[in-house]
Design a binder for this molecule. Structure first.
Ligand SMILES: Cc1ncc(C[n+]2csc(CCOP(=O)(O)OP(=O)(O)O)c2C)c(N)n1
Ligand code: SF4
Length: 273
């Protein structure tokens, strides 16, 4: 295998992320995964993203075809591309606000339909790009610009939700766990069916400074100290998991995909006609 060079996959443009942001880590894990799977370029991929900092990971920086949609609507665009170009790898990148705030129903239904795409959700627990408003993933009691006295609500366990909706592959890691994140991305990309990765990631600018974790180092330390492997979490009382990040592979299974069923149905209907 050739030596990994991130430049091979990127256009020559400066990235838009703040210093210490987790998005470049997620980007680099993904491109390494692509390299280790033997792709010398991104010609076999189409990337879809909505609006938000994480949505800038693929577009326009990847040397690839990409669709930058409106906020929350990346999965409907990905659905259309996959149905008409079933042999391409369709990958959605988005923030937690994009995918489980405004875009939640699309995400659940894509998992239920077993749409054969990979979704990478960068969960920085906040609306980063718009300045740090509370998201459906913001930890209980966390201070944000819209919850200055602390969040009243409990966050979604998105990965478990997506498993329950029918995904074939789902895993959660943090930007502290770069090797596991890259391996999970490789599995997601080689899964037949709906694959979901939750990459818990640091936003020092809009999240960290408000919750008293001012630097990237402190945020990564927090991820390290509060992560609980899934097998251990299964033996732990629910109350002891409050505020913890359960990490690991939540599901890996094979089921017929939407594209297979749609194309099979078209073939049957055409033969009957
Ligand atoms: C329909 C619509 N509503 C609201 C917005 C404003 N908006 C842009 S990005 C965003 C949320 C960004 O948060 P997230 O998706 O978590 O991504 P991050 O920036 O944290 O990576 C919002 C509310 C918009 N662009 N369009
Ligand atoms: S606001 Fe947060 S998520 Fe957005 S680029 Fe800056 S550090 Fe990253």
């Amino acid at each position: 295998m050739n030596k990994f060079s991130i430049r091979k996959y990127l256009r020559d443009m400066p990235l838009p992320f703040c210093p210490g942001c987790g998005n470049p880590t997620v980007m680099s894990c993904f491109l390494r995964a692509v390299h280790e799977l033997g792709y010398e370029d991104l010609r076999k991929f189409v990337f879809c993203s909505g609006i938000g900092c994480a949505a800038w990971i693929p577009s326009p920086y990847f040397k690839a075809d990409s669709i930058h949609t409106t906020h929350g609507r990346s999965i409907p665009a990905a659905t259309g591309v996959k149905l008409v170009r079933p042999t391409l790898n369709i990958v959605v990148f988005g923030g937690d606000g994009d995918l489980v705030g405004i875009g939640l129903s699309h995400l659940i239904h894509a998992a239920r339909r077993n749409l054969d795409i990979t979704v990478i959700m960068v969960n920085n627990m906040i609306y980063g790009m718009t300045g740090g408003q509370m998201a459906p993933t913001t930890p209980f009691k966390a201070k944000t610009t819209t919850t200055p006295y602390g969040n009243f609500e409990h966050p979604f366990d998105t990965t478990s939700l997506i498993v329950a909706a029918g995904a074939c592959y789902a895993a959660r890691w943090t930007t502290f766990h770069v090797e596991q994140l890259r391996e999970a991305m490789k599995k997601a990309l080689t899964t037949k069916g709906f694959a979901f990765i939750e990459a818990v990631s640091q936003c020092p600018t809009a999240f960290g400074k408000r919750v008293g974790l001012k630097t990237t180092k402190e945020l990564l330390q927090w991820f390290k100290e509060n992560s609980v492997p899934l097998q251990e979490a299964e033996r732990t009382a629910e109350k002891d998991l409050a505020g913890k990040i359960v990490v690991g592979e939540f599901v890996s299974r094979e089921l017929p995909t939407l594209t297979e069923i749609v194309h099979e149905t078209i073939k049957e209907a055409t033969n009957d006609a």
